[in-house]
Write a protein that binds this ligand. Structure first.
Ligand code: UD1
Ligand code: CA
Length: 446
């Protein structure tokens, strides 16, 4: 079978009024990523030539989120939500000149499997609809099949009793050639119980035009759509359960799987050890054999082999830990590269910094990277020793093998091999502490 080029249309214009939210439904997060990101990620596996997201409610917000998730995706605006066929029509102008297979997905249906999409993309029928046998067919569109495939789809509102008894229902996902959509969509009207332009009418009209129309089925769990906060919470639980099972299967040790939270793109190497109550936000990679101790929060960061992190550490976007780096408790790292063997044991903030190999950062060190207006960089060379409670006022550079005295406020660059002290000189008054206490007690007593 020759594989045709693929385009994706992701429908995401609906308000999702049952979410009771000002945020468009598809921007609610699942596995740390907006719902629409899940559909886009699954669709990406087909290496589509074009991706179009149809936005309506909160379109500006949806557009902004989509630009981050998939910079190549385009947005088609559907100002009024007149139905799923109308939504797909809004996307067609952006597919001008495209002659291949178009897959239509929903932005609020995050669990669709890549294999299922592959099956739709390569199916030989002219129109191929993804259906499933519903435990409770509820208000889904019913798939009316005959001896040679799918005859038509009947929406619940328009179905008679006999049709409502059908348990094979429409997931909403379908695929057809661009040419077929261009020909048939304009024929779809809105004379039905909902007064909407139903994409589901494509099946019957394509068949009437002599085209081959078929169903493939998938597991009901893949087609789960999110309509309420309760469904979102249940979907999150299902997502996490799957992610945990996958991590275990991939050879990751999870000390207490139920307390570890993953994002859609979390990537953890074999033999990594993840302690209790660890949360992975988007964009984290942890290499083989690294260890994340309990109560850590990681996002947008990379942890190399042999590194240990936590307990109680926070790695923010742009934190890159080299091999065998040690990050201890109550340490926050943002947009900073720590070369191999760096140790940051306790109570430290490193932001916008580069720390050279094997350097030791003492407890309570802070890169003062923000002056209220701009962010500035701190550069520390290899084999340096930063004394406890050093304030590094950026922009500042500390050379290789250099040291800073404990409690220093470092405002000027420190050359290689130098020791910098930036603190008041100690003054010692013999016996003064006792005398002072006596005087104070006397004063209180009198
Ligand atoms: C649709 C199907 C139904 C199927 C069900 C599966 C139609 C007519 N019916 O019904 O057969 O069983 O999905 O969940 O297609 N959307 C837009 N613009 C619109 C209308 C909808 O972008 O004008 C988007 C929504 O945001 C949503 C998706 O399309 O992501 C589905 O719309 P929805 O109104 O939920 O369709 P259903 O009535 O559930
Ligand atoms: Ca729906």
């Amino acid at each position: 079978m020759t594989e045709k080029p693929v385009a994706l249309i992701v429908l995401a214009a609906g308000q999702g009024s049952r979410m009771q939210s000002d945020l468009p439904k598809v921007l609610h997060r699942l596995g740390g990523v907006p719902l629409v990101g899940h559909a886009l990620a699954a669709g990406r596996s087909l290496a589509p030539e074009t991706v179009v997201v149809v936005a309506g409610h909160g379109a500006a917000l949806v557009q902004k989120a989509v630009a981050k998730l998939d910079p190549e995706a385009q947005i088609a605006l559907q100002e009024e939500q007149l139905g799923t066929a109308h939504a797909v029509r809004q996307a067609l102008p952006l597919l001008e000149g495209f002659e291949g297979r178009v897959l239509v997905l929903y932005g609020d249906t995050p669990f669709i499997a890549e294999e299922t999409l592959g099956m739709l993309a390569t199916h030989p029928s002219d129109v191929i609809v993804l259906g499933f046998e519903a435990a409770d067919p509820g208000r889904y569109g019913r798939l009316v099949t005959g001896p040679d495939g799918l005859e038509r789809i009947v929406e619940y509102k328009d179905a008679d009793e006999a049709t409502r008894a059908i348990r094979l229902v429409n997931s909403g996902v379908l695929a057809a050639d661009a040419a077929t959509l261009r020909e048939i969509l304009p024929q779809i009207g809105n004379r039905n119980a909902a007064g909407e332009y139903y994409l589901t009418d494509l099946a019957g009209l394509a068949r009437a035009a002599g085209l081959r129309v078929d169903v493939v089925t998938c597991d009901e769990a893949e087609t789960l759509g999110i309509n309420t906060r309760a469904e979102l919470a249940a979907a999150e639980a299902a997502f996490q359960a799957r992610a945990r099972a996958q991590a275990l299967e991939d050879g990751v040790t999870l000390s207490d799987p139920a307390t570890v939270w993953f994002a859609l793109d979390t990537c953890i190497g074999r033999d990594a050890v993840i302690g209790q109550n660890v949360v992975f936000g988007p964009g984290v990679t942890v290499e083989s054999g690294a260890e994340i101790l309990p109560f850590c929060h990681l996002e947008g960061c990379h942890v190399s082999a042999g590194a240990t992190v936590g307990p109680f550490a926070r790695l923010r976007p742009g934190a890159e830990l080299g091999g065998d780096v040690h990050v201890g408790n109550f340490v926050e790292i943002k947009n900073s590269v720590l070369d191999e063997g760096v140790k940051v044991g306790h109570l430290t903030y490193l932001g916008d910094a580069h720390i050279g190999e094997a350097t030791n950062i003492g407890a309570g060190t802070i890169t003062c990277n923000y002056d209220g207006v701009g962010k500035h960089r701190t550069e520390i060379g290899a084999h340096a020793f930063i004394g406890s409670d050093t304030m590094l006022v950026a922009p500042v550079r500390v050379g290789a093998r250099a040291m800073t005295g404990s409690g220093s406020v470092i405002t000027e660059d420190v050359p290689d091999d130098a020791l910098a002290l930036g603190r008041a000189k100690q003054v010692t008054k013999p016996g003064l502490a006792t005398r002072l206490m006596q005087a104070l007690r006397q004063k209180k007593g009198s």
